[in-house]
Design a protein around this ligand. Sequence first.
Ligand code: R1P
Ligand code: URA
Length: 290
Amino acid sequence: MSKAASELVLNADGSVYHCNIRPEHLADTIITVGDPNRVEKVSRHFDTIEHTASKREIVTHTGTLNGKRLTVISTGMGTDNIDIVLSELDALANIDLETGEIKKDFRKLSFVRMGTSGALQADIPVDSFVIGSHGLGLDGLLHYYVGSEAVMNKEVEDAFIKHVDWSSNKARPYLVKGSDLLLDKLASEKTIQGVTATACGFYGPQGRYLRLQPNPADINERLTTFNYEGLRISNFEMETSAIYGLSAMMGHEALSINAIVANRILGEFSADSYKAVDAMIEYSLEKLTK
Ligand code: R1P
Ligand code: URA
């Protein structure tokens, strides 16, 4: 079925509305980062850069490293932006933008998020690298798509809802597994694995108390103490669950590696978070391309 102009929105040059790139600008392996300034921090390691674009908080560089074609793109903060970026990148790969028809031959993409995050366990130090074996969505995005239950894990979600006494005023939490293929590439003794919890905000939704009290006040303690057959929640950030969920529904691979800039249990923040992020980028690029 073709798509109305209001549904699959294109710019005058044929690029997709927000990401502002055309199909030929997209590599099969895509690195997502939250911060637009981090795009250059990734692409400065590339051997070649063939295309750059930017619109709003979405900056894109495509090039090669060690013979592998890569696109690095910033998503800005939050799963609402992930909905936009993942939908448009999947459309670039799998929809004929001229006719609006879904292409017959599926093109599989691999998404690697290189982000920053706060640890929810005392034994996960600042400046370490955490890979999300699973994404735990506290944001609700996936419920807006028909069939999303198929990529979720009801049993673990039910155990989590019971353990934390999750309020029915909030969207039901969802748990999605990351890509085993990418985990094989990226994991080593230098990385820690755990469940990455994705919040819909940085303050109240992550239990930070400035002037307004989070509800519940002890949300972090409830998350830290959850354990389902050895699965524990390692860290908090704002994108992973949606990347894992949409990728799984679309048939793509996705994995998230985060530099730990804060430890929420110990109340610590990295003395040099930019250095930790640079080290995580170098580590991940090497693993991804060699
Ligand atoms: C909050 O400071 C932002 O940092 C984390 C969170 O997910 C959120 O986007 O990731 P990035 O550093 O990739 O943006
Ligand atoms: N990003 C987050 O979302 N939370 C943190 O605590 C640190 C980085």
